[in-house]
Design a protein. Structure first.
Length: 220
């Protein structure tokens, strides 16, 4: 479990294909000093396991099932790093699992009120879990959703976040990893199980759910 509060910015040293997996090596003195082999680290929002550590170099194995932007990493690329949250640690962001829902694309960036508003295009499978003023993790960074629109959403990057993450260096057309708030997924699953509606339901089952909510007094 992570919080979405980046501890350090690391640098990709290499990406090598070995024995059916991709070996990712990241260099960073801060996070490498706090983790051991077997520990989990969020790398641009992706939960990866440290399989080797040599001084400030951490090695991770990335499987083909890890459908994220990790495959596009290149040597010298900067990445957001966060070690797994300890039981006694301070919780500063929101619940982040490191299990990416998918990728989005930056549509635009513009300055506003001392910060930067970033508009991100997101596919429907992700978009349905995004709510205005809710939490979202973008490249592993815990952010608040400023607005939601058809096909995407926007977030505000404050100067502090720009200085301690890689988001300031992202430009229009760049891909970002997205993890939506896990609470919404649980709510969907519980409501679907209660009403008999599945995640792939069509319009008829959606109407069934609304009727059930009306019967129970949750809506009119």
């Amino acid at each position: 479990m992570f919080t979405g509060i980046t501890l350090s910015i690391g640098e990709v040293a290499s990406m090598k294909r070995r024995h059916g997996v991709t070996e990712l090596v990241v260099v960073d003195a801060v996070v490498s000093d706090t983790v051991q082999i077997g520990h989990s680290v969020s790398v641009n929002g992706v939960c990866l396991t440290v399989v080797k550590k040599e001084k400030d170099r951490m090695t991770f194995d990335v499987s083909d099932e890890t459908r994220t932007g990790v495959g596009s990493f290149t040597s010298g690329m900067k990445v957001n790093l966060e070690p797994a949250m300890s039981a006694e640690g301070r919780f500063g962001g929101h619940f982040v699992t490191g299990h990416i829902d998918g990728t989005g694309t930056i549509e635009s960036k513009h300055a506003a009120g001392g910060g930067v508003i970033v508009a991100i295009e997101a596919p429907p499978v992700i978009q349905k879990y995004i709510v205005r003023k809710g939490s979202i993790a973008v490249d592993g960074v815990s952010l608040t959703v400023a607005d939601v629109r058809v096909g995407g959403f926007s977030v505000v990057i404050i100067p502090h976040t720009s200085g301690v993450t890689t988001l300031a260096a992202k430009n229009r057309g760049d891909s970002v990893n997205i993890e939506t708030d896990i609470i919404g997924k649980y709510v969907e699953k519980f409501v679907a199980a209660y009403s008999g509606v599945t995640a792939r339901s069509g319009a008829a089952d959606s109407e069934k759910l609304l009727n059930k909510l009306r019967e129970e007094g949750f809506t009119r």
